[in-house]
Design a protein around this ligand. Structure first.
Ligand code: ANZ
Length: 925
């Protein structure tokens, strides 16, 4: 009987669904195991073969764990709010919910075909009201909390208010932006608005004035990736930074715990390193500089090198610093304003990356050096970021390369204050950044080592009340609002210019309808277009939550997806605990993985979840790259030339859809029909009458016309082949190119595997006892696969199955005792074919609910050992002995062998060399 994968896969998909084979309960006698994939955004383009790579690996793991006796939670859902659906809505006028629904349905169909063992009964979309109700609920909790730095945890804002009423701000140490002081009396005499303004500086979700990309010509706010070099991607109009009210989350409050938590998780070093850099803990000092002629203005700087204070020759303010306006003198006003406008259009990343284009402007003002009293010119420069530290630096060109470049460019003096050996260079060629050295040119501190100098100098700062040690984090508070429509509404309304939370019982706050998915003429988010977007006549916040809101806690919802009373029940959370294995792309190393850890820690502080870290083990799969095809067009014409002839012409390549190309040969008719502008294309063919395309390996993407649709592969070869081939491509964590031609190897292997269980057309397995050799093949396979799966070395697993199949075929083994357990071991990889053969063996339960065969190491060992016996190096006969004998015992058996005397004759045995399990060499002479 032929291996009819189409029929088999269709049949079992249906049966599994009907019997709910992959449904999992929140209780079991078995130990629990939670395997999760980073959930997808269902784009209109559907899945290409690169997308399921990680899902296949995690599915293999989930299935393996189930067979090994675990109660496995393996869910899937959709991160469904987001820009592409909204963009499509803007273009077509269609509600984003409609395209989202269409796209998820298509995703589901594609995923089902691949045979994943998801428990679909737990699925949801982040745009479901029943889900985002709880995203909004968590937001309200964040709004109602502050971070107590003494207790190192979040607490309710009610507690803080009670403290203020009793003691004022005295005794509160918080990770917050508030820095003042007030008494209980003062607190009580404040207006509600004044009190709220203070509370806002403590709340973990707070209203913030944020910069947005405002495009006046388009009358809209643009996302960062819609702006290229200060111009809108659409239309090329100028884009400016504009401050608008929005919301932020105080992620920075958790910086230290986010750092420490990394010690508790089993992630790769590189991933941990990326998180550490993102959090960016930096120890230094905060120092105050007075400004000449301004009693009321001080400049506070953050420096990691207080030891270099005597080397400060200028100060630099970030262009967005509020101080700039205050201190700039009349003469310099124009220049400074022009500079600030220009700097506004660059993103922080561009500013930091651009080390070559040095720019800045003098403000005309001077600061006072806190220890020498000297005048120090104050500049504005865009290499200083407004959002880091204090947005101002004390510039020490001799010991900081950015300051050095700036000083050189503007001819500002450079003063060396650290020296490796105490000598002072007449001219520094570059900044001396090393901390191995002693202080020079530093008054009383000369001769001290850097570390000692720093602590002595900070001691003086303390005494003078002008500075102290301070730890800074690069991690910024996260902007939590978008001027967009397709996101979770923020459950806040505005009363007397104060944000007020919706009562919990009024959630969900459902996304209202709007006439157009664009901001209002005043630049307010689209929801403001709806005149009824009000609560009791008061305006509701028109911004919506960012794309990452729903993905920051979805892993909890899978534990209890239908709960209408809580985001998940305590029992469900206590039962499932952490995600044991999380699989996804490395592009989420900083965003999603920081935010979801932050939300988990916050919920943990409130006693709402039992774990402080959400993901125990994390694995990043690599990317599958596409092989793009190019047709070469003769410049200025619509004539194309075969790749092998192209050097004779002046050509430029254009992408040709890989669906029209086979073995680099282009189907020219299909190409002409592909696009209107190609309808009259002509072709110069090669000698064979073919048109060849050039090729290149690039990211697999619809825009590069190199996507391979898994549906097509499944139609041609079956899902089991697709699954195994994707794993066979190479190590899971590496990027590798897709090559459809290579698939026939795996496809042939599965046909061969199928034939093991058949005699001609007939399904045929025997009840005969297996031989030691057959058992050895089986158990070696079991052992290797167990090892591989635990180590995610799934490519080598596929080779192991291939070898086992070949070996068993050679032995003509069709014994049930071997072939049945082999099915169980291969079931996670190829769930359909194994289920079919399993059923044919007469089993009535699914192979996916079978028990994993127990690996017996003893059976993998040979019972005998074979030796070649040689005389003076010449092999004369073979000797088979019991396995595991000592060298002496083997030598004895070789000497006593009946043939041995023939070769020794009348000579003497001088030496016997035994190479274990290989050979015995008898030296005679
Ligand atoms: C004086 C100094 C002397 C500095 C020296 C360095 C070397 P990390 O490690 O990143 O925390 N800095 C402070 N705030 C900044 C801002 N908003 N934008 C750009 N640069 C800023 O680095 C802290 C150092 O980066 C600070 O220490 C400051 O320069 C600069 F020999 O102060 B330093």
């Amino acid at each position: 009987m032929e291996y009819n994968f189409r029929e088999i896969e269709k049949k079992w998909s249906k049966t599994w669904e009907e019997n709910q084979v992959y449904r999992v309960e929140n209780q079991s006698d078995k130990p629990k195991f939670y395997v999760l994939d980073m959930f997808p955004y269902p784009s209109g383009a559907g899945l290409h073969v690169g997308h399921p790579l990680g899902y296949i690996a995690s599915d293999i793991y989930a299935r393996f764990k189930r067979l090994k006796g675990f109660n496995v939670l393996h869910p899937m859902g959709y991160d469904a709010f987001g820009l592409p659906a909204e963009q499509y809505a803007i273009q077509t006028g269609q509600h984003p919910a409609v395209s989202t629904e269409k796209n998820t349905t298509r995703y589901r169909e594609q995923l089902d075909k691949i045979g994943f063992s998801f428990d679909w009964s737990r699925s949801f979309k982040t745009c479901d009201e029943k889900y985002y109700q709880w995203t909004q609920w968590i937001f309200l909790k964040l709004f109602g909390s502050w971070y107590d730095a003494k207790a190192k945890k979040a607490k309710s804002i009610g507690e803080l208010i009670a403290h203020f009423e009793e003691n004022g701000s005295e005794g509160i140490i918080a990770n917050a932006s508030f820095e003042g002081q007030f008494s209980a009396q003062e607190w009580k005499s404040m207006s509600e608005k004044e009190q709220e303004d203070i509370l806002q500086q403590f709340r973990l979700a707070f209203r913030s004035l944020d910069y947005v990309n405002w495009c006046p010509a388009l009358g809209t706010v643009l996302a960062n990736d819609e702006v290229k070099e200060g111009l809108s991607e659409r239309g090329g109009h100028p884009v400016e930074k504009r401050k608008m009210w929005g919301w932020s989350l105080r992620v920075s409050a958790y910086a230290d715990r986010l750092l420490q938590g990394l010690d508790q998780v089993d992630w790769t070093d590189s991933l941990k390193e990326q998180q550490k850099n993102w959090i960016g803990k930096s120890k230094g000092a905060q120092v105050i500089f007075d400004v000449d002629g301004h009693e009321d203005v001080q400049i506070e700087v953050f420096t990691t090198r207080p030891d270099t204070i005597f080397g400060v020759t200028f100060m630099t303010l970030a262009p967005e610093s509020e101080l700039v306006e205050k201190i700039t003198t009349k003469d310099y006003q124009k220049e400074v304003e022009a500079y600030i406008t220009q700097a506004k259009n660059k993103s922080e990343r561009e500013r930091q990356a651009d080390v070559k284009n040095i720019s800045g402007v003098f403000t005309g003002a001077f600061a006072k050096h806190p220890l020498t009293g000297e005048n120090i010119p104050i500049w504005v420069g865009d290499y200083v970021l407004g959002s880091y530290g204090t947005g101002a630096v004390m510039a020490v060109p001799a010991h900081d390369s950015r300051d050095f470049a700036f000083a050189n460019h503007f001819r500002i003096p450079v003063k060396q204050v650290i020296s490796a050996d105490g000598s002072i260079a007449t001219l520094l060629e570059e900044a001396f950044e090393s901390k191995n050295g002693i202080l020079v040119n530093s008054g009383d501190f000369d001769g001290l080592k850097v570390k000692d100098g720093a602590s002595q100098i900070v001691k003086i700062f303390n005494e003078k009340g002008i500075g102290k040690w301070k730890t800074n984090y690069r991690l910024r508070d996260a902007v939590f609002s978008r001027q967009r429509y397709w996101g979770e509404p923020i459950p806040m309304y505005i009363e007397n210019d104060m944000p007020k939370p919706f009562p919990e019982e009024e959630l969900p706050l459902i996304l209202a309808e709007v006439d157009e998915y664009k901001p209002t003429a005043e630049g307010l988010a689209p929801l403001a277009r709806n005149k009824d977007w009000k609560r009791n006549g008061l305006p509701i916040e028109p911004n919506t939550m960012p794309g990452w809101a729903g993905s920051s806690w979805y892993f909890f919802r899978y534990m209890d997806p239908d709960n209408t009373e809580e985001f998940a029940s305590k029992e469900a959370l206590d039962y499932w605990q952490q995600v044991d294995l999380y699989l996804g792309g490395s592009e989420h190393a900083t965003g999603h993985l920081i935010y979801s850890r932050f939300w988990t820690k916050f919920l943990f502080d409130l006693g709402l979840v039992p774990m402080d870290e959400p993901f125990k083990k994390l694995f990043n799969q690599g990317m599958i790259l596409g092989r793009s095809s190019f047709a070469h067009r003769i410049k200025g014409t619509n004539q194309f030339v075969s790749y092998d002839l192209k050097d004779d012409y002046d050509t430029a390549p254009i992408h040709a859809d890989v669906a029209m190309v086979e073995n680099d040969v282009l189907d020219t008719e299909a190409f002409k029909n592909w696009r209107e502008d190609l309808a009259d294309a002509t072709f110069i063919l090669n000698e064979k009458g073919q048109f060849l395309c050039g090729s290149e390996v690039e990211k697999m993407s619809k825009s590069k016309y190199n996507v391979v649709n898994p549906d097509d592969i499944i139609f041609d070869h079956g899902a089991d082949t697709l699954r195994m081939y994707e794993m066979f491509l190479g190590p899971l964590d590496q990027s590798k190119p897709w090559n459809t031609q290579g698939i026939s190897g795996v496809s042939n292997f599965l046909k061969k595997f199928w034939r093991l269980y058949h005699e001609g057309e007939q399904f045929q397995v025997s009840d005969a006892e297996p031989t030691a050799e057959e058992l050895k093949i089986l158990h070696k396979t079991i052992g290797k696969i167990e090892q591989d799966v635990e180590a995610f070395s799934l490519n080598t697993s596929i080779s192991t199955f291939m070898i086992a199949t070949n070996d068993l075929q050679k032995l003509k083994c069709n014994k049930k005792a071997i072939l049945a357990p082999l099915l169980v071991v291969m079931a996670p990889f190829a769930p359909f074919i194994t289920e079919e053969l399993w059923a044919k063996m007469g089993n009535t339960h699914s192979v996916h609910q079978a028990e994993y065969p127990v690996y017996q190491e003893a059976l993998t060992k040979d019972s005998t050992a074979k030796y070649a016996v040689a005389f003076n190096g010449k092999v004369r006969f073979q000797l088979e002995v019991e396995a595991g004998l000592s060298k002496e015992a083997v030598e004895k058996l070789a000497r006593e062998h009946e043939k041995t005397p023939n070769y020794i004759g009348d000579k003497q045995v001088r030496k016997v060399i035994v190479v274990p399990n290989k050979m015995v060499n008898i030296v005679i002479g």
